[in-house]
Design a protein around this ligand. Structure first.
Ligand code: FES
Length: 249
């Protein structure tokens, strides 16, 4: 008991006993999310150069301009994807560590006296992640329509570099969505027996596939964020006349 008390006192007085570069992960996340987040905010605020012929930036998809909305429509369009990302189990860990230092890493002291969890506003909204999944899954319909359009040129079917960039954006967003922890629970949760009925057996098969995707959820979270940003940059540069699309087919 004395040793435990000593260890607790010791951990309170020192940030950590870790000697490895534990700070590297939270700092990298802060830089990555900071840079990509700032770019996407800037792109959303532009309200222009988001379409080039049959290519539409995912930041402005679906392309709507409600008359009652006074600012860039991207700030409306991005609400469901933003809700999905900010409540994501992986991102929560990442940005709590990177921005709130709460705690910055395992076995590292934090600058907060009390742990309040996610029971108060605004963090209580994190519990709505399942609902944000429904919205994000619905949003994929618009994004896959954009992929279809990206391969449909005035001359008919074709493949440009932009088609592939938009396909990569939506493809990785789909992997990110389908690897969601909430989706995995919806597919295979609340079952006591996976082998007892035909429907439970098929759910088990789907659950195994979703579990495989779920193991790479962090990777999909990052590559989809990069891919969305890259797609916006590519379409924007085309629309501004800075570059020309490479037509592959
Ligand atoms: S847990 Fe990350 S999107 Fe659901």
């Amino acid at each position: 008991m004395a040793r435990v008390a000593e260890a607790v006192a010791s951990s309170e007085s020192r940030a950590t006993d870790r000697r490895d570069a534990w700070w590297l992960a939270p700092v990298s996340v802060a830089v990555g999310l900071g840079v990509l987040g700032l770019y996407l905010f800037w792109a959303a605020a532009q309200n222009g150069n988001f379409r080039f012929e049959n290519y539409l930036s995912p930041v402005y998809s679906p392309e709507v301009h409600p008359s009652w909305w006074p600012i860039s429509p991207a700030f409306l369009i991005l609400l469901p994807p933003l809700f999905f990302r900010t409540t994501c189990y992986y991102y929560r860990k990442a940005y709590y560590r990177a921005f709130f230092w709460d705690p910055p890493a395992c076995a590292v002291g934090e600058p907060h006296r009390n742990y309040t969890g996610e029971v108060k506003f605004p963090f209580i909204l994190q519990n709505m992640h399942r609902f944000s999944f429904y919205l994000a899954a619905f949003w994929l319909i618009f994004l896959w329509y954009d992929v279809f359009e990206a391969f449909r040129f005035a001359s008919g079917f074709g493949v440009g570099l932009g088609s592939l960039v938009i396909l990569a954006s939506t493809g990785t967003l789909t992997l990110y969505t389908l690897s969601c922890h909430s989706w995995r629970h919806m597919v295979g949760g609340k079952l006591d027996c996976f082998s007892c009925t035909a429907s439970a057996r098929s759910r088990h098969g789907v659950w195994q596939r979703v579990t495989h995707l779920n193991e790479h959820h962090q990777l999909f979270a990052w590559i989809s964020l990069f891919a969305v940003t890259a797609a916006d940059v590519y379409v924007r540069l085309l629309a501004m006349g800075v570059i020309h699309d490479v037509r592959l087919l």
